[in-house]
Design a protein around this ligand. Structure first.
Ligand code: DGL
Length: 289
């Protein structure tokens, strides 16, 4: 795969840029900030291309390459954390080939962890359609859970709910949203559920509660964050103009990629709730701020 050339403007150094199709990677970034409060993190939700999980592998690769190129137009990250299982299982190899000087951290379903905790060897994988279908996922299962049955479920409706409605939803709405998935795995006798799409981490407590105490719910957050911190052990970037809000320099900022007519209000509410400054739309042609 050919190396992609980047038109470098005035880019801003960052310790970590997190990239997902939407809000899914935020719990990963927040976890990293808990462990390394001094790290300067930027979050980019490629909302222009959401959802990735319903696209073909070729479309995901093309969208992810364009999103990384856009990120690099604005930021120079010490590490780029792909907070998205769909991109990671489908396109990470191509991304590494296209951007050879960039340090990537991928996010893949926590199959190894599930295999370590399951008692009945029946593991549920809750993910996107693409992650469920990708041969990479089957390879992970063969490698790390050869003696287990992997019960897969793609749940685009739940992902849509989390991206668009979750942050204003009631507890009753949240319970109703996770119920089909939890019931599905229960009917299949799974004693472990892998949150194989980063969006689901926003609802891990609701899923855990609905699944009951005999079911373990696992995710990749700890492993991904630890890998990022191994790659960049000494965060050193400082926030520059792009991430400066009206009031102060912030040490993490949340951007979306559009489309131009995107309703930004839910993202602003979310950013406010999570106490992350909202940075606006990153565009290919002009500075966001
Ligand atoms: N959050 C993403 C993942 O981990 C995908 C959501 C989507 O765009 O479909 O796979």
């Amino acid at each position: 795969m050919a190396e992609i050339s980047i038109e470098k403007k005035s880019v801003e150094n960052a310790d970590f840029v997190f990239l997902d199709s939407g809000t899914g990677g935020l719990p990963y970034m927040l976890h990293l900030k808990e462990k390394r409060p001094d790290a300067f993190c930027v979050y980019v939700a490629d909302t222009r291309n959401f959802p990735y999980g319903q696209k073909s592998a070729a479309e995901i690769t093309a969208s992810a390459q364009a999103a990384v190129k856009l990120v690099l137009r604005y930021f120079n990250p010490a590490a780029l954390v792909i907070g998205c299982n769909t991109i990671s299982v489908t396109a990470l190899e191509q991304l590494r080939a296209s951007f050879p000087s960039l340090h990537f951290v991928g996010t893949v379903p926590a199959i190894k962890q599930a295999a370590a905790v399951t008692k009945n060897k029946r593991i549920g994988l809750l993910a996107t359609q693409r992650t469920v279908d990708e041969p990479y996922t089957a390879d992970l299962a063969r490698q790390f859970a050869p003696d287990c049955t992997l019960i897969k479920r793609a749940d685009p409706a739940l992902i849509y709910f989390i991206e668009h409605d979750f942050f204003t939803a009631s507890e009753t709405d949240k319970k109703a949203a996770v119920k089909p998935a939890v019931d599905f795995f229960s009917a299949q006798g799974a004693d472990t559920i892998i949150l194989g799409c980063t969006h689901f981490l926003h609802l891990s407590d609701v899923i855990e509660k609905a699944a009951g105490k005999d079911v373990r719910v696992v995710d990749s957050k700890e492993g991904v964050v630890n890998q990022a911190l191994r790659l960049v052990p000494e965060p050193s970037a400082a926030c520059d103009s792009l991430c400066k809000t009206e009031h102060r320099y912030e040490d993490c900022t949340f951007f979306v990629t559009g489309p131009d007519d995107i309703d930004e209000s839910p993202y602003k509410i979310l950013a406010e709730k999570l106490n992350i400054p909202y940075g606006g739309i990153l565009r290919e042609t002009e500075k966001a701020l």
